[in-house]
Structure formats: structure tokens, C-alpha cells
Design a protein around this ligand. Structure first.
Ligand code: SAH
Length: 245
């Protein structure tokens, strides 16, 4: 199997329908792996041949689209309160393996991590690299996006665009099993958001605000309090198992 490289859209220049030139970090990676003109590689979702290489770019002939593998049938977006460094990396890596489509870290009242704008961009880029590597490692041919971090109020707006949103809240007792059954009955389960609080959990007023939206399901994940990363992976696994047919 040819090696796969994931290149950001802004680092791709299409020359014509069958040729493109790529720039940025993956160029270095291609060079380090000692690829040469004529080699067959995969770039994002295309089978390609290398036609030209220089220090800052690689030119490619596009042979065909790769066969889609490992792509979920539902789109699940994971919203999670921003966690400390390696915990967030861990969640992104595992969520990609389990089939998440987008990850959106958010900042709410009880989030302890503080990041200025510059650090947010850097952190987002790093998490995107983690997601890309996880896509390659687990063999899925689509891309998982780590989106711009959102403030809580922005998240309230953005969850309106989903068919359904599931919020995990340790102070609620609603059965996840019944909730999933209700969602299945409603038959609108293509585009789902799941929301997990950060280490400090949600403030009660935040939960009340989220519940003002339509198609919101609030659930318990059991009587034990899980760490945010456990809660995220537990809920995502269950949603994929039940709804990704
Ligand atoms: N408020 C708490 C725990 C936060 S746990 C505290 O500070 O002690 C972090 C997040 O994981 C929660 O916001 C929630 O989204 C999720 N979570 C953990 N255990 C849960 C449970 N038993 N049921 C539902 N959600 C849970």
C-alpha cells in the first residue's frame, strides 16, 4: 500500500484536472522518507505519482481517487471542554479511531486551561496533526477536522445546526439507552453532536441554556463520575455502535 500524506487545502495548488503541486510540512516529510520522481503516494484522497520535487514543493500527477475506507455513515461532532495538553491529544486520537467527524474544543466557566489567541491557533494546528496521524494510522481515507475552539455562547449557536445533540451530564439521570432508542425512532440521526464538559464539568446555568435548544438530549453515563476523556470515548463508542449502520 502506498504511503499516505495529508496536506491542508491551502497548501494545494491545482495545475489542471490531473496535476497538482503541494507545499508545506508534508513536502519535508516526503523528502525525509526519501521519495523520488515516479513514486506512487496517496495525498489526501488521491492516488498520485510524483512528477517533480524541489526543496519547497512536490508536483504530482493525480491517477484516481482512492477507494473510500473506514468512513462512518453518520457525522458525529465531538464538543469537549478544553482539557490539558496530552489529555486533549489523547481524546482527539482515540475519537478519530472511533469514527468522529469533527472535534470542537470549547471554553466554558469551569474550564481551567487558559490560552491567548496565538496559543489557541498553535494548539488547534497541533491537534489537527494528531487527527491526521490518527486517520493515517487507523486507515480511514477521509479527513477529521479539528475546528476552531469555541466560547460557550458560540457553541450554543453552532449546535443548532445538528439533527440531534447529546449532552453528558453527571447530575442527570436520563437513560442513554432510552435516549438512543428515541433518536432511532425519530429517524433523524445523520448529523449528531455530542457534548462533554471539561474536568470541572458544566455550571448548572450552562446546562439550562443548552436545554433551551431544540433536539437536545441530556443523558447520564451511569452512577460513577467519569473523567472527561473517559466520558467522551464512552459516549462516542456507544453512539457509533448504535447509530452508525
Ligand atoms: N462536575 C464534576 C465532574 C466533571 S466530569 C466535577 O468537577 O467533579 C467531566 C465531564 O464528563 C462532565 O462534564 C460530563 O460531561 C462527563 N461525565 C462524567 N461522568 C458522567 C456521568 N456519570 N454521566 C454523564 N456525564 C458524565
Amino acid at each position: 500500500m502506498a504511503r499516505r500524506f495529508i496536506v491542508n487545502r491551502e497548501d494545494i495548488q491545482y495545475i489542471d484536472d490531473n496535476h497538482m503541486e503541494i507545499f508545506g510540512k508534508e513536502v519535508k516529510h516526503i523528502q525525509v522518507l526519501r521519495h523520488n520522481i515516479g513514486d506512487h503516494i496517496i495525498v489526501n484522497e488521491y492516488d498520485c505519482n510524483i512528477t517533480n520535487m524541489c526543496s519547497h514543493s512536490v508536483k504530482l500527477q493525480i491517477l484516481k481517487e482512492t477507494e473510500p475506507i473506514g468512513i462512518p455513515n453518520i457525522d458525529v461532532t465531538l464538543y469537549i471542554g478544553m482539557l490539558k495538553n496530552d489529555k486533549m491529544d489523547f481524546v482527539v486520537q482515540k475519537a478519530v479511531e472511533l469514527g468522529v467527524k469533527n472535534v470542537i474544543p470549547f471554553f466554558s466557566k469551569n474550564v481551567v486551561v487558559k490560552l491567548d489567541n496565538q496559543s489557541r491557533i498553535k494548539r488547534m494546528e497541533k491537534l489537527q496533526v494528531v487527527a491526521n496521524e490518527a486517520c493515517k494510522q487507523c486507515g480511514r481515507t477521509d479527513l477529521v477536522k479539528v475546528c476552531e475552539f469555541e466560547e460557550f455562547n458560540k457553541m450554543l449557536e453552532s449546535i443548532k445546526h445538528f439533527d440531534s445533540t447529546i449532552i453528558a451530564y453527571e447530575n442527570d439521570k436520563t437513560s442513554l439507552k432510552e435516549t438512543i432508542q428515541n433518536m432511532k425512532d425519530s429517524k433523524i440521526v445523520k448529523n449528531i453532536a455530542i457534548i462533554i464538559g471539561a474536568e470541572g464539568g458544566f455550571d448548572k446555568t450552562e446546562v439550562e441554556k443548552m436545554l433551551e435548544n431544540d433536539n437536545i438530549y441530556i443523558v447520564s453515563l451511569g452512577t460513577r463520575i467519569l473523567r472527561a476523556e473517559t466520558a467522551a470515548l464512552n459516549l462516542l463508542s456507544i453512539v457509533m455502535y448504535e447509530l452508525d449502520s
